[in-house]
Design a protein around this ligand. Sequence first.
Ligand code: CP
Ligand code: NVA
Length: 312
Amino acid sequence: LSLLSGKNFLTLLDFSPLEIDQLLQHSLMLKQETKDGKQSDLLKGKSLGMIFENASTRTRVSFEVGMTQLGGHALFLSPRDMQIGRGEPVKDTANVLSRYVDAIMIRTNSHELVEEFAEHASVPVINALTDGYHPCQAMADALTILEHKEKLKGLKLTYIGDGNNVAHSLLAVGAKVGMDVSIASPKGYEVDQAIFAKAQKAAEETGATLSQTHDPKEAVRDADVIYTDVWASMGYEAEQDERMNKFLAYQVNESLAKLAKDDYIFLHCLPAHRGEEVSEGVIDGPHSAIYDQAENRLHAQKSILVALMTHS
Ligand code: CP
Ligand code: NVA
């Protein structure tokens, strides 16, 4: 894990299958220690700057609590209150913050902006959601599946809905852990084909099968995990009505879920819209693991923070 020291965490495609596996195993260990009430000082005296251009419940609280549990400190930074919001260059913000804090976490729409920030920062930069990827979410998702199914390799995860940031990171994590990922999206809302190709290339190393279709029934057949996300992500709220019509046939409901394995689990990164991308019966039913999944943001991110922020 010390090999990750000082690295950025922008997309899982930048990491090897071994590194992803080690992060997951370390998350399980940190989770157990927390459950046992063990105090940690792994990040004693260290600070994490958290820049949130968009709303967040899980990411903000889990990163902040994670830093506290590791003996460090987190600062919530809103661009509305920072000079970057008044036009201070990314380059200056990244350089200056790097002189104060030990790592920087960013949530913003533009993935390029996070890359630009990382280029100028001299401390690790963590992607906490861009229009491209949600890598911290995918690590928590993998951890949740591992806990429920006791393995990842050879499982089938089906993602139904918008070919968005979350879908991209599921492709990446599947490719890295050897889990098949099958995506069903409406026409015009497919995943980014360049990202799909990169994930496909990464999958050659683990043997994971990645596929895409417009037919949700075909995608969900024999799935171990069914996953969905909102139809209109942050930044796309204006398209909500138009998307509602196009996505109607992509709701994860009891009749679709019948095609999955009998012991499938249901995941959703949250926040969710019951009655839109998922029926109440599924998200609040016995197959749903959404709260375990939300909790695992904390444990997965603690392992990422320790790996990037400590030496040796
Ligand atoms: N899943 C997720 O990232 O949630 P928040 O938007 O609440 O952080
Ligand atoms: N796809 C969603 C995820 C929110 C956590 C969004 O980008 O808004």
